[in-house]
Design a protein around this ligand. Structure first.
Ligand code: CA
Length: 225
């Protein structure tokens, strides 16, 4: 899952970026409204956290223009405490939720999970594909009764595959949703992580569910019933 955070206060932006990265998200940060609008238009985010008070365009304007440009990633606005007008205005310009500053990170993370869930085609709290199960809230995954020991990136990759079972997911799509803007490393990183994931999710169980679609990407096979 890839997030965009638009926040001009460096300390707050760094805190959110670190927090969400620890939760396994790919996180991009924009420090003003103009950059935020550009990044939100150019990239396909799973959710956007948008501060209201920003230099350049304010958060309302960024949200309004994103919607105008047909970008429908769920938006959570960060408002001033008790600013009821902000909340109303935010919802009017197309925001999906808000959190009033100061907020607890745990609460914000839970709200973002709810937004991402609401946005996906099917909305279970715990994802299930065959005998694979994954709980995005607690970062636990299982094959049958066996708990899987996955790194945050492996977990994010498995979550993406499980949200689109039986669909071919291109390398570019995986790169865009699991790695963030700052990533400029090896182009075969996706293949590398798929191979790590297979070693933990498929091989020990004598399975071959993560399928390579040659020249395109990967597909998590649905169990044959
Ligand atoms: Ca601000």
């Amino acid at each position: 899952m890839r997030l965009l955070i638009v926040e001009d206060e460096p300390r707050m932006a760094a805190l959110l970026q670190r927090g969400f990265r620890d939760e396994g998200y790919a996180v991009d940060v924009a420090s003003d409204g103009t950059d935020g609008l550009w990044m939100g238009t150019e990239n396909d985010y799973d959710a956007v956290i948008l501060d209201v008070m920003l230099p350049g365009l304010d958060g309302f304007e960024v949200c309004r223009q994103l919607r105008e440009r047909d970008r429908w990633a769920p938006v959570l606005m960060l408002t001033a405490r008790d600013a009821v007008d902000d909340r109303v205005h935010g919802l009017d310009v197309g925001a999906d939720d808000y959190a009033a500053k100061p907020f607890s990170f745990a609460e914000l993370a839970a709200r973002v999970r709810a937004l991402v869930r609401r946005n996906s085609r099917d909305r279970p709290t715990i994802l299930e594909v065959g005998d694979l199960r994954l709980d995005p809230a607690t970062h636990h995954a299982w094959r049958g009764a066996t708990a899987l020991e996955l790194s945050p990136k492996e977990m994010a990759l498995l979550e993406l595959l499980m949200r689109h079972p039986d669909e071919v997911i291109t390398r570019t799509h995986i790169l865009e949703h699991v790695w963030d803007f700052a990533y400029d490393g090896l182009s075969n990183v996706v293949d590398q992580y798929v191979s790590y994931l297979r070693k933990k999710v498929d091989k020990p169980f004598d399975r071959d569910d993560i399928e390579t679609v040659r020249g395109v990407g990967y597909r998590l096979r649905l169990p044959v019933t």
